[in-house]
Every structure is written in C-alpha cells, then in structure tokens.
Design a protein. Sequence first.
Length: 368
Amino acid sequence: MSQQRIPLWINVGVIPLVNLLMAFAVSGLLFYYIDINPLDAVNVMWQGAFGYAEGIGFTLYYATGFIFTGLAVAVAYHAGLFNIGGEGQAYVGGLGVGLVCLWLGDKLPLILLLPLAAIAGGLFGAAWAFIPAYLQAKRGSHIVITTIMFNFIASSLMAYLLVDVLKPANTMAPESAVFAEASWLPKIHSVLDLIGIDMPESPVNISLLWALLCAVFVWIFLWYTRWGYQIRSVGANVQAAGYAGISYSKVTIMAMALSGMLAGFFALNVIQGELHQIKLNYVEGFGFTGIAVALMGRNHPIGVILASLLFGFLYQGGAELSFEYGVDRNIVVVLQGLVILFSGALEHMFKPKLEALYLKLTSKQEAA
C-alpha cells in the first residue's frame, strides 16, 4: 500500500495507539490471572506515575534516559542500520562523563564543566559506535553482530576499570569515587525553587532539557539537512543512493557515530545527574529498551518522546504496582514485552486494515 497517501498522524499516532491498546488488553488478562483487577492496576500505575509531583519527577527521569537511547536507535535505523549497541555505547559514554567530573569537578564551574562532560560522553559513545560502523562499511561485518559483541566488550572493559583503576583504595565496591558536588547536575526542583515554584524532590534533572534539544536536533538534521537526506536515502535504497553519488561508507560511519553520541549522552542523566559516580552496570538495560522506544515511536523524534513517556510510565507505575500489591517488579518487564510484541513483531497485524480503512473513508469524502 502506498505510504505517500497515508498521513504521518496515522503511522505515528493511530497505529501505535491501537497496538498499545491491544498490549494493555492482553496485560489485563495477566492481571486477572494474578488476582488483580486490571482497572485497579491501571489506576495504581497512573497515580504512581502522574498522580503526584514526585511520581511525575521519577517518570520524567526515566523518560529522559529513554529519549537518548531511543533517538540513538532511530538515527541508525534511518540509515538502514540496526544499532543494538546502545547499551555499550551508553556505558562507555559514562566513562567519558565520569572522567571529566572526577578530574575537573572541583576545578571548573558547572557552566564550563557541563559542556565538557556532554562532549566527553558524546565522543566516547561515538568512538564506541565508530568501530562497528567501520567494520560494516569497510569490511562487510554485520552491524547487529558487531554491536552485540561490543556490548559485552564494554561490560568487561568497564568492570576492569572500576575494579582495578577507578575504585578508591578504601572501598571494595566496584565504583569510582563520588564526584565533587560542584559537578552535579541541578535537579529540576532546585531550578524551579529559584523562580518561586515549589516542587517535591525527585531525580529528574536539567538533562531532560538537553534530551528535548537533542530530539529537535535529530528532527532538523534528518529532514532538513543534506547529511540527513543522505542518511535517509541510503536507508531507503542503497543502490539508488550509490547511483546518486552518495557514499555508503561515509553515511554508515556518520549515522553510527551520531547514534553512539546520542547514546553516550545517557550518562549525563544518570551518572552526572543522579548517581554522581561511575557504577557497575549503571545503564540497567536502558540501551536495549531504547530499541523498543524507537520502534514504538516509529523512529521519529516526536514519537520517541511520546514512547519514552510511555516507558517511563511503565517503570514508575510498575514500581508503585509492586509496592501496592506486592507483585514482582518483573511484571514491568512482561508489560514491556507485550508492548514490544504488538508494536514491533505484530506491527503489521492492524496496519494494512487501518490504512485501508483510512483510504476508504477519504475516497468517500472526495467522491461526496
């Protein structure tokens, strides 16, 4: 079916919404099985995620991380690349952010330290993505295989550095020293306090604003620049792009480097904004969940932001559900799996019928 006749709001809005409702409907059966009223469960999750200021703060904190990793996957996807290495790229990006904060945290003011930390995190993430990109572009190695391998290499590298290099002498925990307090990212509630707005404490910090700016940048870059056009051209048809004089190797490396840079920014939210030290496995699966976020958001920045809010809702709402009913927090993983199932694997179950329905309705309106 011709996609040119289907408006963006159908593909980015209606179809994901229908898939999401089906995922929640199946989730309702799961709640019935564990003797929980599905409507009560939804209410508890909603109130926990959006019902009070602190819950909203936690939801936005989780959503910030998902925006970074979701955008990373989306950029690579537009070049026809499936970047599964966001987990490792975010992990190594944390090394860049952490080193800047450890070395310069007590020497520079935050206004100078923040851009340096962002640049370091982005460069470390981009460098970690560059190697699989080069192997794909120059040696023909499959990007999926190499990025998965580099996730494991990143995990081993960070474990070595935290245990044998960065760990302070007076502790056994595999973590770095705590950063100087001057290097910590300001929390949103402390910023709002400056203008007289009272908000309860929560981990959401000003990296949320950077995540939104990154989404705007990706939108402008992909759809309104020459480089973005080259990326989308290669993703649409490699052969046709080659005939047009677009270098597949350059586009592959550029797209993956940008993807790794966005994943590396994830560390600003967690490392500099909340943990204030480099810890083992601090990414906690956000890189892999970013794949689901990008799929759910149809690899569009607006869709990624909305999908990030959804997964932030599932994380925070799932925590409240676990507290209220005493269920295992892995129930959140099951809910995520159902959302991924209907948004990704079963995406085309409803898509052709919804598109056909839209075309039928519009043709009737034109005929009238």
